[in-house]
Design a protein around this ligand. Structure first.
Ligand code: GRG
Length: 294
């Protein structure tokens, strides 16, 4: 299957399951459920669920075992986008090609829609089947670690504290690791764990996630300079206007591109423990993300 078809089919599968897992728009409180669904069903590339399901397959398991974990990752990711767009954070008007959640539902409901998606994510994870190596306690512990104060939320705090300061490349890497790579690592690890992976496979997925996550964020930084809101579905150029530290700002556009290429090559090498056939889709995803234009 070519990569574009894989992405499309995976997105459809994950969206169908999310639709089953989340309360309907007609369930009280109606405004809250409408707000949650507004953002989660607004599109999005569904990269984290894709990585989760493909990691399960690479480890010899079935994607179905990881489907509830894939949904948890997308629910959590959507919460971070809603909160990141708030006036007290990045203050954005456009996300996934639509007005941001707080522009439509107001700040209070947007905060709560994000909170509820975060909470629902844990309920989804609790429904991932146990296997001979891992159970719900392991999935929840992993997810909380990667998305809490030591990683994702911590990365957002480093980002807030970095505003208006000249950051070093190492400081920027730490922000990108927390805000972006941590959830990508969690996606891969949870897919592997749902498939009952070995310790060696889990280590390989972690290394791949670390390299791929940073490459993904560097491309995101580059697209913020080179793309358009129509293509990306979000506002662009804000980082530069607000003099925020980004890879292109710190090292220049061409060096940032070279770094993304080198990280993608490293990510591919991280998968050496898997057979080429098993890792085929993960390899294709890393190449696709490097060349993406949205
Ligand atoms: C705890 C108040 C509070 C907020 C959490 C953690 C956080 C806020 C924000 C981080 C969010 C963020 C924008 C991280 C950058 C990661 C990133 C590149 C997001 C965009 O991901 P894509 O391109 O988006 O996969 P789609 O829309 O395709 O899913």
């Amino acid at each position: 299957m070519d990569i574009k078809t894989l992405i499309k089919e995976t997105a459809a599968k994950v969206e169908a399951r999310l639709n089953e897992l989340l309360p309907g728009e007609d369930v009280a409180p109606v405004t809250l459920h409408k707000a949650m669904r507004y953002s989660i069903f607004a599109g999005g590339k569904r990269i984290r669920p894709l990585l989760c399901l493909e990691a399960a397959k690479a480890c010899g398991g079935s994607a179905d075992a990881a489907l509830n974990a894939a949904c948890a990752l997308e629910a959590l990711h959507t919460y971070t986008l809603i909160h990141d767009d708030l006036p007290c954070m990045d203050d954005d008007d456009l996300r996934r090609g639509r007005p941001t959640n707080h522009k439509v539902f107001g700040e209070g409901v947007a905060v709560l829609a994000g909170d509820a998606l975060l909470t629902e994510a844990f309920a989804m994870l609790a429904r991932v089947p146990a296997n001979e190596r891992y159970d719900a306690k392991d999935y929840i512990t992993e997810f909380a670690f990667r998305t809490g104060s030591l990683n994702l939320v911590g990365g957002q705090v480093l980002d807030l504290e970095g505003e208006g300061r000249q950051l070093s490349v190492d400081e920027l890497r730490a922000i990108h690791h927390g805000k972006t790579s941590a959830l990508i690592i969690a996606s891969l690890r949870l897919g592997g764990m749902a498939a009952g992976c070995t310790a060696e496979q889990l280590d390989a997925l972690t290394a791949y996630g670390r390299d791929l996550g940073l490459a993904f964020q560097i491309i995101d930084d580059i697209l913020d300079v080179t793309s358009s809101p129509e293509v990306l579905g979000k506002s662009i150029g804000k980082d530069a206007r607000e003099q925020k530290a980004t890879y292109p700002a710190l090292v220049g556009l061409e060096n940032a591109r070279a770094e993304a290429r080198a990280l993608t090559a490293a990510a591919r090498a991280d998968l050496d423990v898997f057979s080429a056939r098993r890792a085929e889709n993960l390899l294709a995803i890393s190449d696709y993300l490097l060349k993406r234009d949205y």
